[in-house]
Design a protein around this ligand. Sequence first.
Ligand SMILES: C[S@@+](CC[C@H](N)C(=O)[O-])C[C@H]1O[C@@H](n2cnc3c(N)ncnc32)[C@H](O)[C@@H]1O
Length: 192
Amino acid sequence: MTSTISFDRVSDIYDATRGFPPGVSEQVTDFILNLVSPTAETKFYETGIGTGRIAVPIARRGYSYTGVDVSEKMLAELHQKLEGVSHRLTAIKGDATALPFDDNFFDVALTVHVFHLISAWKQALAEIRRVLKPDGILLYTHGQATSVSADEDVNSQRWEFTERWRAILDGYNQPLPRYGATEEEVLTELQA
Ligand SMILES: C[S@@+](CC[C@H](N)C(=O)[O-])C[C@H]1O[C@@H](n2cnc3c(N)ncnc32)[C@H](O)[C@@H]1O
Protein backbone atom coordinates (compact mmCIF):
# COMPACT_ATOMS: atom_id res chain seq x y z
CA MET A 1 0.00 0.00 0.00
CA THR A 2 1.57 3.31 -1.06
CA SER A 3 -1.10 5.92 -0.34
CA THR A 4 -0.67 7.67 2.98
CA ILE A 5 -4.00 9.47 2.84
CA SER A 6 -7.18 7.48 3.40
CA PHE A 7 -10.31 8.75 1.70
CA ASP A 8 -12.47 6.39 3.77
CA ARG A 9 -13.08 9.21 6.26
CA VAL A 10 -14.37 11.63 3.64
CA SER A 11 -16.24 9.23 1.36
CA ASP A 12 -19.66 10.35 2.58
CA ILE A 13 -18.94 14.06 2.01
CA TYR A 14 -16.75 13.74 -1.08
CA ASP A 15 -19.50 14.35 -3.64
CA ALA A 16 -21.05 17.15 -1.59
CA THR A 17 -17.71 18.97 -1.35
CA ARG A 18 -16.02 17.92 -4.61
CA GLY A 19 -18.96 17.24 -6.88
CA PHE A 20 -19.44 19.34 -9.98
CA PRO A 21 -22.03 22.13 -10.03
CA PRO A 22 -25.19 21.36 -12.04
CA GLY A 23 -24.46 20.91 -15.74
CA VAL A 24 -20.68 20.76 -15.36
CA SER A 25 -20.51 16.97 -15.17
CA GLU A 26 -22.16 16.74 -18.61
CA GLN A 27 -19.66 19.27 -20.00
CA VAL A 28 -16.72 17.30 -18.56
CA THR A 29 -18.11 14.06 -19.99
CA ASP A 30 -18.71 15.62 -23.42
CA PHE A 31 -15.21 17.12 -23.38
CA ILE A 32 -13.58 13.76 -22.61
CA LEU A 33 -15.65 11.86 -25.17
CA ASN A 34 -15.00 14.47 -27.89
CA LEU A 35 -11.29 14.28 -27.14
CA VAL A 36 -10.96 10.49 -27.37
CA SER A 37 -13.71 9.72 -29.92
CA PRO A 38 -14.55 6.34 -28.38
CA THR A 39 -16.29 3.46 -30.14
CA ALA A 40 -18.41 0.74 -28.51
CA GLU A 41 -15.16 -1.28 -28.13
CA THR A 42 -13.15 1.43 -26.37
CA LYS A 43 -12.00 0.39 -22.91
CA PHE A 44 -11.55 3.18 -20.34
CA TYR A 45 -9.40 2.79 -17.22
CA GLU A 46 -9.08 5.14 -14.20
CA THR A 47 -6.53 5.04 -11.39
CA GLY A 48 -8.12 6.34 -8.16
CA ILE A 49 -11.68 6.15 -9.49
CA GLY A 50 -13.11 7.30 -6.14
CA THR A 51 -16.88 7.81 -6.03
CA GLY A 52 -17.01 7.77 -9.83
CA ARG A 53 -17.29 11.53 -10.27
CA ILE A 54 -15.68 11.20 -13.73
CA ALA A 55 -16.41 7.52 -14.36
CA VAL A 56 -20.12 7.15 -13.67
CA PRO A 57 -21.33 9.71 -16.26
CA ILE A 58 -19.12 8.05 -18.91
CA ALA A 59 -20.36 4.58 -17.91
CA ARG A 60 -23.93 5.87 -18.03
CA ARG A 61 -23.34 6.63 -21.71
CA GLY A 62 -22.69 2.91 -22.19
CA TYR A 63 -18.89 2.75 -22.36
CA SER A 64 -16.75 0.02 -20.82
CA TYR A 65 -14.99 1.54 -17.80
CA THR A 66 -12.68 -0.04 -15.24
CA GLY A 67 -11.29 1.61 -12.14
CA VAL A 68 -9.14 0.91 -9.14
CA ASP A 69 -9.14 2.61 -5.75
CA VAL A 70 -7.64 1.86 -2.34
CA SER A 71 -10.69 3.15 -0.47
CA GLU A 72 -13.50 0.66 0.01
CA LYS A 73 -15.82 3.40 1.20
CA MET A 74 -15.25 5.58 -1.87
CA LEU A 75 -16.00 2.51 -3.99
CA ALA A 76 -19.17 1.83 -1.97
CA GLU A 77 -20.40 5.35 -2.81
CA LEU A 78 -19.70 4.67 -6.47
CA HIS A 79 -21.53 1.36 -6.46
CA GLN A 80 -24.55 2.99 -4.83
CA LYS A 81 -24.86 5.38 -7.79
CA LEU A 82 -25.03 2.45 -10.19
CA GLU A 83 -27.85 0.63 -8.46
CA GLY A 84 -30.59 -0.07 -11.00
CA VAL A 85 -28.48 1.35 -13.85
CA SER A 86 -27.46 -0.77 -16.81
CA HIS A 87 -23.71 -0.26 -17.20
CA ARG A 88 -20.29 -1.73 -18.10
CA LEU A 89 -18.34 -0.32 -15.16
CA THR A 90 -16.05 -2.42 -12.97
CA ALA A 91 -14.55 -0.73 -9.92
CA ILE A 92 -12.32 -2.78 -7.68
CA LYS A 93 -10.21 -2.27 -4.60
CA GLY A 94 -6.54 -2.13 -5.51
CA ASP A 95 -3.38 -0.09 -5.44
CA ALA A 96 -2.30 2.12 -8.33
CA THR A 97 1.23 0.72 -8.13
CA ALA A 98 0.23 -2.93 -8.79
CA LEU A 99 -2.65 -3.14 -11.25
CA PRO A 100 -4.31 -6.54 -11.71
CA PHE A 101 -4.62 -6.14 -15.50
CA ASP A 102 -2.81 -7.47 -18.57
CA ASP A 103 -0.32 -5.39 -20.53
CA ASN A 104 -1.69 -3.26 -23.40
CA PHE A 105 -5.29 -3.78 -22.35
CA PHE A 106 -6.95 -0.36 -22.17
CA ASP A 107 -7.51 2.29 -24.86
CA VAL A 108 -7.91 5.32 -22.62
CA ALA A 109 -6.52 5.91 -19.12
CA LEU A 110 -7.54 8.76 -16.84
CA THR A 111 -6.10 10.09 -13.61
CA VAL A 112 -7.87 12.97 -11.89
CA HIS A 113 -6.55 14.46 -8.66
CA VAL A 114 -4.63 11.38 -7.58
CA PHE A 115 -0.91 11.72 -8.26
CA HIS A 116 -0.39 14.28 -5.48
CA LEU A 117 -1.44 11.47 -3.08
CA ILE A 118 0.75 8.58 -4.20
CA SER A 119 4.29 8.46 -2.84
CA ALA A 120 5.37 5.79 -5.36
CA TRP A 121 3.88 7.85 -8.19
CA LYS A 122 6.52 6.84 -10.74
CA GLN A 123 5.52 3.21 -10.25
CA ALA A 124 1.84 4.19 -10.61
CA LEU A 125 2.66 5.96 -13.86
CA ALA A 126 4.63 2.94 -15.09
CA GLU A 127 1.64 0.73 -14.31
CA ILE A 128 -0.68 2.94 -16.35
CA ARG A 129 1.75 2.80 -19.26
CA ARG A 130 1.92 -0.98 -18.94
CA VAL A 131 -1.85 -1.55 -19.08
CA LEU A 132 -2.45 1.14 -21.74
CA LYS A 133 -2.15 0.12 -25.38
CA PRO A 134 0.88 1.65 -27.16
CA ASP A 135 -1.43 3.92 -29.15
CA GLY A 136 -3.66 4.55 -26.14
CA ILE A 137 -4.51 7.94 -24.69
CA LEU A 138 -3.66 9.13 -21.17
CA LEU A 139 -5.76 12.00 -19.81
CA TYR A 140 -3.99 13.43 -16.80
CA THR A 141 -5.22 16.04 -14.33
CA HIS A 142 -3.25 16.86 -11.22
CA GLY A 143 -4.54 17.51 -7.71
CA GLN A 144 -4.26 21.15 -6.79
CA ALA A 145 -2.61 20.60 -3.42
CA THR A 146 0.94 20.49 -4.76
CA SER A 147 0.35 21.95 -8.18
CA VAL A 148 3.02 24.36 -9.37
CA SER A 149 0.24 26.80 -10.25
CA ALA A 150 -0.79 27.04 -6.59
CA ASP A 151 0.74 30.43 -6.15
CA GLU A 152 -0.34 33.72 -4.70
CA ASP A 153 -1.68 35.06 -8.00
CA VAL A 154 -3.86 32.04 -8.72
CA ASN A 155 -5.40 31.46 -5.30
CA SER A 156 -4.38 33.98 -2.69
CA GLN A 157 -6.44 32.54 0.20
CA ARG A 158 -5.09 29.03 -0.26
CA TRP A 159 -1.60 30.45 -0.67
CA GLU A 160 -1.93 32.39 2.58
CA PHE A 161 -3.35 29.37 4.43
CA THR A 162 -0.53 27.14 3.19
CA GLU A 163 2.13 29.66 4.11
CA ARG A 164 0.75 30.09 7.65
CA TRP A 165 0.43 26.33 8.09
CA ARG A 166 4.00 25.93 6.87
CA ALA A 167 5.21 28.55 9.38
CA ILE A 168 3.41 26.83 12.29
CA LEU A 169 4.89 23.44 11.37
CA ASP A 170 8.33 24.99 10.90
CA GLY A 171 8.01 26.28 14.47
CA TYR A 172 7.74 22.67 15.61
CA ASN A 173 10.61 21.67 13.33
CA GLN A 174 8.22 19.67 11.14
CA PRO A 175 8.24 20.26 7.39
CA LEU A 176 4.94 20.58 5.52
CA PRO A 177 4.04 16.98 4.61
CA ARG A 178 4.44 16.02 1.01
CA TYR A 179 2.86 12.77 -0.23
CA GLY A 180 3.02 12.38 -3.96
CA ALA A 181 4.20 14.20 -7.03
CA THR A 182 3.89 17.80 -8.13
CA GLU A 183 2.27 18.42 -11.48
CA GLU A 184 5.62 19.55 -12.84
CA GLU A 185 7.30 16.29 -11.80
CA VAL A 186 4.66 14.17 -13.51
CA LEU A 187 4.75 16.24 -16.69
CA THR A 188 8.55 16.01 -16.78
CA GLU A 189 8.36 12.23 -16.32
CA LEU A 190 5.72 11.93 -19.06
CA GLN A 191 7.83 14.00 -21.46
CA ALA A 192 10.86 11.83 -20.71
C1 LIG B 1 -9.14 13.21 -4.71
S1 LIG B 1 -9.84 11.61 -4.95
C2 LIG B 1 -10.19 11.65 -6.71
C3 LIG B 1 -11.24 10.64 -7.11
C4 LIG B 1 -11.68 10.73 -8.57
N1 LIG B 1 -10.56 10.51 -9.47
C5 LIG B 1 -12.33 12.07 -8.83
O1 LIG B 1 -11.78 12.85 -9.59
O2 LIG B 1 -13.37 12.33 -8.25
C6 LIG B 1 -8.39 10.57 -4.88
C7 LIG B 1 -8.71 9.09 -4.90
O3 LIG B 1 -7.51 8.37 -5.09
C8 LIG B 1 -7.54 7.22 -4.26
N2 LIG B 1 -6.16 6.77 -4.06
C9 LIG B 1 -5.19 7.35 -3.30
N3 LIG B 1 -4.06 6.65 -3.35
C10 LIG B 1 -4.31 5.56 -4.14
C11 LIG B 1 -3.54 4.46 -4.59
N4 LIG B 1 -2.25 4.30 -4.18
N5 LIG B 1 -4.11 3.55 -5.40
C12 LIG B 1 -5.41 3.69 -5.81
N6 LIG B 1 -6.19 4.72 -5.42
C13 LIG B 1 -5.66 5.66 -4.62
C14 LIG B 1 -8.26 7.71 -3.01
O4 LIG B 1 -8.76 6.65 -2.24
C15 LIG B 1 -9.33 8.60 -3.61
O5 LIG B 1 -10.52 7.89 -3.86
